[in-house]
Structures are given as structure tokens and as C-alpha cells.
Design a protein. Structure first.
Length: 368
């Protein structure tokens, strides 16, 4: 692969920052952070698995640029995404005397990014934070936009803060080592951007022969996927940083998706798979409400299948429990569940007028 490079500015009035998408940039991490003019103390947070592959490269680059680096490891997975893990980050910060000019760097997937960001937002009421996402899901979604947090036993991401990074540094080449199931999970969010914002991205994905693995993608397509997805998220976030209205469209597929994740204990189905199923459900609801055509629904579902993602709900999940779980989601407004529903490929609306019976029926129809 030749060097791919693009810079996307996230134009927020208080905290603007760049998303830099550059091949082999992990080896230049120190240089990129030096240009931000931050303090010399760095806390690098990662998972043991990711660190084993990329830790040395990141460490060497930071050390060569004159940073004092401490590392902190959190085991991979949603099950560790809780306040206990945050407390352990604080313990390391105390021991290492990390002050307000310090920088917390997240090297890992979405879970590492969400937790490092929340720790950075709350340690000394806010230290510098840099995202170095290593999964496709984190690159195109979790690392952008400043949502940070942890899960509560009663639901996903109920504890958290909006806290923007100083930089998001994306090295597409690290995806080479990403397990195929994780790659597909990221593709779910990419397809989401095609439905909610970027019909041209959707068409390019449709035109691709295969989508289910990193090795299926040409260099150009990978560049397009990451850049267009990041651009879509940056566009939406810069128009609505705190999710008062427009930003809610990023939750397409997430309403029922989160309920499925929660009811399966965050262990059977990963986030991207849940979003894929949620998009299939939302697409079906939209067709039943005559918001879009069954032809558009079928195009969406074919693309989800082409990316190797699931389109059915596990039979073990109780349909009434899904309907109930939606009611305690963060997206509830005045007791009504907000759904993001497509009107065509590339455009969605936000509505709280979906009857519970319809949700129940659609969930039943999607049972495997």
C-alpha cells in the first residue's frame, strides 16, 4: 500500500481538532503529538493484546519525541467497561503524578477510547486526550465526536461525558491485524453512514465485489471508507456537538441494537453486529410505516449481508424484553422512544411515533 493521507477538521467552536488519516502514522505518533504543544507526561492506555502488536512502535515514537510515558492496561471487551476500570486508571495517574498538562492517549478499540476519554475528562477536571484507534469501528465512529463513558449494569454508556480529543490519529495499516469479526463490526457503522448521510458512499459499497474482510478491499476503497465515514461523523458532530437534534441520526440502528446487546449480556453479539441487526429492524419499521420503499430496504439488507453481518435476532431474546429495554435507553425523550428511520438511502428522519406493537411485530419477524 502506498501512503494514504487525509486530514479532516472537526470544526467545533470551543475545541476544534483534526482527524488525521495517514498510513504508517503510528510510528510518527510522537511527532504528531509534539505539534500540539502539550505537556511532556503521557499516559498510554491500551489492552494487552493491542499493546503486544503495536505498543513498542507507539512507545518508541513517543520516547524519541521526548515524552515521559507510563503505560496502563485494561483487558479487552465490554465487560471491563465499568467504573472499576476507570478507578484503576486514576490510581496509575496518582502514582505517576500526572498533572493537568499531561496527555492520556488511547491506543485500542472503542472500549479503550471511551474509557480513556472518560478518565481524561474527569482526572483533575480534564487533561489532554488523544485517540489512536486500532479497530475499524473505533476509526469511523467511537474515536470521533467526544462521547466518552462506561456501562452501568442497567445499560450501555449510561455514565459518561462529552469530552473532545486534541487529535484523532488513524493509521489504516493497523487494520491488517484486526480479526475478521471486528472488521465486519466496523463495516456496520460504515454502511450506517451510507444510509443516513452519504448515498454516494452507499453506492460505492454496493459496487464493491466483496466487503467482508480487510483483504477484500482495494487501497482506494479503504481510503474512501475511512475518510467518507469520518467526514460524515465530523459533519454531523460539528453541526450538533451535544446531540440536541441532528446528532441523534448517528444512532441509526442503535436503538434496537443497544437493547439486543444489553439483553445478551454484551458477550454474544458485538456492537457492530447489534447495529447491523438494528438497521435491518429500523429498515423494516420504515417500510411498514411507508417511509421508504421495500426496494431500498432490500438494498440495505443485501449490503449488510455482503459485509458478512447478521440480519436476524437471536431466538433466545424475548421480544417484549426488547420493547421494555428501549424505554430506559439514553435516547428516550419525555418517555417516548426516539427512532431514526430512513426515508431513502442517504436520508433519515427522527421520530418518536413508532407504536410499541409495531416494534414487537418487527422483532418477532426478525427472529432467527
Amino acid at each position: 500500500m502506498s501512503a494514504m493521507s487525509s486530514i479532516i477538521p472537526v470544526k467545533l467552536p470551543q475545541n476544534p481538532y483534526n482527524i488525521a488519516i495517514i498510513s504508517n502514522s503510528l510510528a510518527q505518533l510522537g511527532t504528531h503529538i509534539s505539534s500540539l504543544d502539550l505537556g511532556k507526561k503521557v499516559l498510554l492506555v491500551s489492552s494487552p493484546e493491542i499493546f503486544k502488536i503495536y505498543g513498542e512502535t507507539a512507545l518508541a515514537s513517543l520516547t524519541n519525541a521526548g515524552f515521559e510515558v507510563t503505560t496502563h492496561f485494561i483487558p479487552a471487551g465490554e465487560t471491563y467497561k465499568n467504573l472499576d476500570s476507570i478507578a484503576k486508571i486514576y490510581d496509575t495517574a496518582v502514582t505517576q503524578r500526572l498533572e493537568r498538562s499531561s496527555t492520556f492517549i488511547a491506543l485500542g478499540g472503542g472500549v479503550i477510547g471511551d474509557m480513556t476519554g472518560f478518565a481524561a475528562a474527569t482526572w483533575l477536571r480534564g487533561v489532554n486526550f488523544v485517540q489512536v484507534p486500532t479497530t475499524l469501528l473505533a476509526m469511523v465512529d467511537a474515536s470521533i465526536g467526544g462521547k466518552t463513558g462506561v456501562n452501568h449494569p442497567q445499560g450501555k454508556n449510561l455514565i459518561g461525558a462529552f469530552y473532545q480529543p486534541r487529535l484523532v490519529l488513524i493509521d489504516p495499516l493497523v487494520l491488517k491485524t484486526l480479526p475478521v469479526r471486528e472488521f465486519r463490526a466496523g463495516m456496520a457503522e460504515v454502511i450506517k453512514y451510507g444510509i443516513i448521510w452519504d448515498a454516494d458512499l452507499f453506492s460505492q459499497l454496493e459496487a464493491a465485489e466483496k466487503l467482508a474482510d480487510f483483504s477484500d478491499l482495494s487501497e482506494d476503497l479503504l481510503q474512501t471508507i475511512i475518510t467518507r465515514s469520518c467526514q460524515a461523523k465530523a459533519d454531523v458532530v460539528s453541526k450538533d456537538e451535544k446531540e440536541s437534534n441532528l446528532r441523534a441520526i448517528l444512532n441509526y440502528g442503535h436503538t434496537i441494537g443497544h437493547a439486543i446487546e444489553s439483553l445478551t449480556g454484551y458477550s454474544v453479539i458485538n456492537h457492530g453486529e447489534a447495529v447491523a441487526i438494528g438497521m435491518v429492524a429500523a429498515g423494516k419499521i420504515a417500510t411498514k410505516l411507508n417511509l421508504w420503499s421495500s426496494e431500498a430496504e432490500s438494498r440495505q439488507n443485501k449490503l449488510i449481508q455482503k459485509a458478512g453481518l447478521p440480519t436476524t435476532i437471536p431466538a433466545s431474546v424475548n421480544s417484549s424484553e426488547i420493547v421494555d429495554a428501549l424505554k430506559i435507553d439514553k435516547k428516550v425523550k419525555s418517555g417516548k422512544v426516539r427512532f431514526i428511520l430512513p426515508t431513502q438511502i442517504g436520508h433519515v428522519i427522527i421520530t418518536d411515533e413508532v407504536p410499541s406493537e409495531l416494534i414487537f411485530d418487527v422483532v418477532e419477524e426478525l427472529k432467527a
